[in-house]
Ligand binder design. Sequence first.
Ligand code: GDP
Length: 195
Amino acid sequence: MNVKNAEHIATAVSPEGYPNGNLPEIAMVGRSNVGKSSLINFLTKSKSLAKVGNTPGKTRVINFFNVENKLILVDLPGYGYAKVSESERKRWEKIVETYLNNRSQLCGIIMLVDIRHLPTELDEIMYRWIITMGKPHIIVATKADKVSRSHHQRLINEIRRTLDLAPGVPVIPVSATRKMGYSEVWSEIKKICMI
Ligand code: GDP
């Protein structure tokens, strides 16, 4: 997809705030600071559609981005920020769970993990949740520029093993900084959303 038009259309904490219409949605989940905002900007060829490098864990909202009037990228709040209190964690869970369990036009999920680190226990819990939902999903391994290309396959294999991924689930190395992985991710999104 050669994106020319993308815009932020809604910020929500509950279904009343979700945008109307029937465009397919693809949701992005991952730890705070994993590179989710950077990925959204990269996929939409924008500099600041999603805000990069905010205090991690503080954005407890869902942001919706319309892309070419064909689909909506849904930025779910990140998890795993150390200084989050129990009540904040519960709030996160309610926002994310309500969206994932009830949104009928949700066609699939992109889970982000940092290519440099093994998925954490929270990533594993998140991934099991995704499996239980039964929606198509892909894994994006972010910040791929931070490790040499010759290590990518080994690191991807470790991610596969830690999350116990089924063979058909793609793991795509991406670098927003070096603009790597754009067409591979879009190609998977198109398949998932059937656009
Ligand atoms: P978010 O909290 O998941 O939305 O993460 P951000 O997109 O705000 O990124 C967190 C930090 O990682 C920022 O300092 C980004 O500049 C950096 N970052 C994100 N993507 C990349 C990437 O592909 N390569 C490198 N080197 N840094 C990245």
